[in-house]
Design a protein around this ligand. Sequence first.
Ligand code: KPL
Length: 303
Amino acid sequence: MQWHIIGAGAIGLLWASKLHKAGHHVSLILRNQEKLDQYRNNGHFSVTTNEQTEHFETAVELADNTTPIHQLLITTKSFAAVDAFNSIRHRLADDVRILLLHNGMGPQQQLVDDNPALEIWAGSTTDGAYFNAPFNLIRAGIGDTQIGRLSKQGNDQLFEEIAAVDNRLKLTTDINSVLWRKLAINCAINPLTALYNCRNGDLIKYTDRRAAMAQICKEIDNVAEASGIFLFERKLMEQAWDVAELTGNNHSSMQQDVSHSRATEIETITGFFCKIAEQVGIAVPANQLVLEAIRTINEPDDN
Ligand code: KPL
C-alpha cells in the first residue's frame, strides 16, 4: 500500500520505518527544498532501537508534487496539522484515508467537520523517539498506539491493513475518549514542566508543583464530568502522578519546545481544554493561568 507522510518529525519517521518494514511504500512530504536536499544528501534515515541501527531509504517529495494521495498520515505538530492538510488537499484521491497522529485536540475535529465526505482517523501514542542528528532517530521507549475512525464516512478496514505495522497498535471504537485521556495527562504535566523547566518526575517532588498540578487536575475532572466525558477510574491527579513518576526522567514535549524556543502545542492542549470549560460554564483558573503564562513565553520578542 502507498502511504504519504506529512510531518517528518520523530513520530513521522518512526511510522515511516514501521510502514516500510511491514512492506508498505512510503513517501515523506518534506517542508521545503532545503529539507529535501538535506535528505537526499543523507540518502536515508535511520532508527536506533536498543543500540541497533537500521537504515531506511524512502521516497521524498514536496507538497506541490502531483501524484495522488490514497493514504495520508499527518504527524506534524498539532498546530501545523490543518495547514499541512491544506497544502496537499488538491492531491487527495477520491478513496483517500487520512490518519492524524499528534498531541492535543482540535485539528482532528476541525478536519472532520470541514470535510464530511472524507474518511478521517485519529490516533494517540505513547511511543517515544527523538533525533540525535537530522534524520537519525533514537527510539526512547516502545509504547502503545490506539487509532480509531473519527468520521462517519468509511469503515474499519484501514486498521486491518496496518495492524501488522506494530504489534502494540490497537483499534478503538471510541477514539474521542482516548484523545481526551491523553489531553488530560498532557494538560496536567506539559505546561507545568515547561514553566518550572523541569523533568516530568520533578513535578511530584515539590509541594508547590504538586499543588499546582492537583488544582489543574481537579478542574479537568470537573469539566469532564460536566461534559459527560469519562476519563479514568480514579482521579486525574492519581493517574497523572503515575505518568509523571513512570516518565520521571523525561522532558515533556512542551518543556523541550520552550527550552529550544520553539512554538508549543499549548493551544491544542490547555487552550482546547479551556474552550470546552467555557462552553460548559466552568471556571478553570489554574489552567487559564498556565495557558496565559505559556502564551507569553511563545510570543515573539518585539524588542
Ligand atoms: O506525552 C507527553 C509529552 O511529553 O507530550 C507526556 C505524557 C507528558 C510524557 O512526557
